[in-house]
Design a protein around this ligand. Sequence first.
Ligand SMILES: Cc1ncc(C[n+]2csc(CCOP(=O)(O)OP(=O)(O)O)c2C)c(N)n1
Ligand SMILES: [Mg+2]
Length: 348
Amino acid sequence: MAVAREAEPVSSLTEIKEAGLDREDLLGIYRHMLLTRGIEERGHILYKQGKIPGSFYTGRGNEAASVGIATAMGPEDVGTPLHRDMGVHIVRGVEPWRIFAQFMGRADGPTKGKDGNVHMADDRLGLIAMVSHLPAMLPVAVGCALAFRIREEKRVALTWFGEGASARGDTHEGMNLAGVRRLPVVFICDNNQWAYSTPTHLEYACEHIADRAKAYGFEGVVVDGTDVLAVYREAKAAIEKARDGGGPTLIECLTLRMEGHAVHDDASYVPKEMFEEWAKRDPLERYRTWLRENAEFTDEEEDEIRSQVKKLLNDAVQRADESPDPDVDTLLDGVYATPEDLDTPHHK
Ligand SMILES: Cc1ncc(C[n+]2csc(CCOP(=O)(O)OP(=O)(O)O)c2C)c(N)n1
Ligand SMILES: [Mg+2]
């Protein structure tokens, strides 16, 4: 039996305006989703061209979930996005050319060539790079939230984990401490129904991951992760509740991982019908239809956004390719924090 609340879709332009988005914001969301997908598609091409060392991960199918959550974050909030959450980097303002530079291991990527593909974050934008997917970032975010509480800062920490990662102990430890101390943190489960080749019925025995929130003393919400506005509305409510002292929320975004675990994996173990079913709920297509039906989105506006994104991506790939390989003498720069770094606010 489900325990978590199941979120409804957003019904109208009026409802989303009340949740804090005007028409310009709505078009901005579409642009961010297109950019998110475009970066991953271009990245995949670069990988096939042999320009990306290691493997390459995408979050196809998760664009609405990642963009929706990040759009609801405040400028001073912090987040720990994972390998399916490119949209978070985009919304926070990481320049696409730096992301391509990161993919290619160049000096201008956020990790300056020290870590691979999506293992990155720009701390000046309130993002903390992942230690691991599984799910080492939950305790880190809970620690941030505890620091905000001690320093009496009205900030919120957001942290992501996969449904597979939810089976590990650090998920329990992070959520338990957050619940006990009612910390300002929002947990986001990217439930894409597969953990590599393991399906959900071999991952957990409750109906929803979000059902577990009640046991930690806070609310759990399941939301359709292909519906960007529903995700935004739920995230906005959870973030403001946390900011106002109401404690944590667990938001489970339900999607399907539309590609392999990474590009080396053909996902042949995922039933074809599942892909066909979820392809009908493509997040970009759904949102485009919503904009047309509810916000008088015109062909001209769409063409303009699409051509801006295309140009941005073309320029970004070129600029990233001009970025040099890192100098070997910089190998240890930025690897260890100094006390001065620790005193520096993330948003300087
Ligand atoms: C301790 C550990 N074991 C294995 C891995 C390799 N690994 C990374 S992500 C992943 C699957 C995670 O599944 P899920 O949490 O559902 O996230 P998804 O990849 O589906 O988004 C695995 C096995 C790892 N990074 N760390
Ligand atoms: Mg998964």
